[in-house]
Design a protein around this ligand. Structure first.
Ligand SMILES: Nc1ncnc2c1ncn2[C@@H]1O[C@H](COP(=O)(O)OP(=O)(O)OP(=O)(O)O)[C@@H](O)[C@H]1O
Ligand SMILES: [Mg+2]
Length: 283
């Protein structure tokens, strides 16, 4: 069974006077999709930045495989198997897909001073790895910039899986995508989970989270508002918590009052009827 791959306990982070996270706990387990939800400014990216080694936490503990860590760069997180796919994918648009697949970790062949990039291996591996994830591209020689946003996200996911990631962190991978492309990305998230990875899926969208997620953490003003597994949770519950629970109730009551027939009968109700019977109007 084993504990979680990575765990945050009571983590806090401030930027100057702004407290972005306070007392946050999160556990990422193998073969599980953990969705991190929350409104704008809730602290999702801050949380992801801590996990991925971009920023260090101020308070609390961050551990990987039960061992406390404090990363000072994304490279250190990557060395521990934590790969992050950012929304603005770090790709070189004009380079072929296979070149981007191996960017920064290119295999070489030959003996010094005749060492050169092992193009054949890169090309073959890229085709094979994409195929494993169920991704079929007409041509891995095409520039990655010519792929759709969804396809690029999928290549990035396949790449992380190939390079041995154990935790895959995706910061709003579907934010800029249409319904169909989002569906494709969601299915690769499931494929990564089925390959045994722990996935952290950040999204604004409770519906997508509910489709893909096994565990849900909702942040609200930098604190954990909800931390539950899928069992017994409905999409409505999730949407409700995401919108800030009690704040949503208050808003609903507010809107309900606006719709109150008692408030309308005296004005538009009669007014409408009156409009149809304007004295002197034809018919
Ligand atoms: N580098 C930074 N410097 C100063 N303040 C920051 C920085 N990053 C985040 N913040 C602040 O921390 C809070 C949380 O921001 P964060 O980006 O984590 O939210 P988010 O949930 O990712 O929001 P969004 O959905 O808009 O991406 C916000 O109040 C934000 O202004
Ligand atoms: Mg963000």
């Amino acid at each position: 069974m084993g504990g979680p791959f990575l765990e945050l306990v009571d983590v806090g982070k401030s930027y100057g006077t702004v407290t972005a996270l306070r007392g946050v706990g999160l556990a990422v387990r193998a073969a599980e999709v953990t969705c991190v939800l929350g409104d704008n400014g809730a602290g999702k990216s801050t949380l992801i930045n801590i996990i991925s080694g971009r920023h260090a936490h101020d308070t609390g503990q961050y551990s990987v495989d039960g061992e406390q860590v404090r990363f000072s760069s994304p490279r250190e997180a990557l060395d521990r198997g934590i790969a992050t796919v950012y929304q603005d994918l770090a790709v070189v648009p004009l380079m072929p897909v296979w070149r981007n697949f191996f960017l920064g970790s290119e295999p070489v062949t030959g003996v010094w001073p005749f060492r050169r990039l092992d193009v054949a291996t890169m090309r073959e591996t890229t085709v094979a790895e994409l195929k494993k994830m169920g991704i079929t591209l007409p041509d891995v020689d095409q520039p990655i910039g010519s792929l759709s946003g969804g396809q690029r996200q999928c290549v990035a996911i396949a790449r992380a899986v190939y390079f041995g990631a154990r935790v895959l962190v995706l910061d709003e991978p579907t934010a800029a995508l249409g319904v169909k492309q989002s569906g494709v990305v969601l299915s690769y998230i499931a494929a990564a989970r089925d390959a045994g990875l722990g996935v952290v899926f950040v999204t604004h969208n409770p519906r997508q989270a509910f489709l893909a997620g096994d565990h849900f953490v909702v942040l609200h003003h930098g604190e954990v508002e909800l931390d539950v597994s899928r069992e017994g949770l409905s999409l409505d519950d999730l949407a409700h918590h995401m919108a800030g629970g009690s704040e949503l109730d208050a808003l609903e009551r507010e809107l309900e009052r606006g719709r109150d027939p008692a408030g309308l009968t005296g004005t538009s109700g009669e007014g409408q009827a009156g409009m149809r019977r304007i004295p002197g109007a034809p018919e």
